[in-house]
Design a protein around this ligand. Structure first.
Ligand code: AMP
Length: 125
């Protein structure tokens, strides 16, 4: 079911459990601000999720409530993951579903990083 972006943070969501180490993940990168791991159901040859360490439901929540340090740390982590994976030259796509119309499923902010082949149009007709 799609996430209602206006609801409070649910600390039982699957990415909260990953951050607490309660369920496994295939980690790509981790620092004080972010964790990056492979998506369990990849939609491209490279499909990595980057999530902030803080408890934020979505981009709206994060952009409104996170500190400048958290925002800078998270945005830099997304760039570092792409750089470290060698994706700058071939290119990549970032996507953050937010709320019902976007069909966000997990209520912890995550940036999808897609790469590894030409990705085609941004949205399917
Ligand atoms: P969204 O629809 O933007 O909320 O995307 C949620 C993403 O989380 C989907 O691409 C799922 O495949 C992915 N996902 C769900 N559970 C896990 C998990 N345990 N480990 C890695 N990725 C997951």
């Amino acid at each position: 079911m799609a996430v209602d972006a206006t609801l409070p943070y649910d600390d039982q969501n699957i990415f909260a459990k990953i951050l607490r180490g309660e369920i496994p993940n295939r980690t790509v990168y981790e620092d004080d601000f972010a964790l990056a791991f492979h998506d369990i159901n990849p939609q491209a040859p490279t499909h990595v999720l980057v999530i902030p360490k803080g408890a934020y439901v979505c981009w709206e929540d994060f952009s409104a409530k996170a500190s400048d340090v958290e925002i800078a740390g998270f945005v830099r982590a997304v760039g570092k993951v792409a750089r470290d994976l060698g994706l700058v030259a071939p290119g990549y796509r970032l996507l953050a579903n937010t709320g019902t119309h976007s069909h966000q499923e997990v209520p912890h902010l995550h940036i999808h990083l897609f790469a590894g082949q030409p990705l085609g149009p941004m949205l399917r007709p």
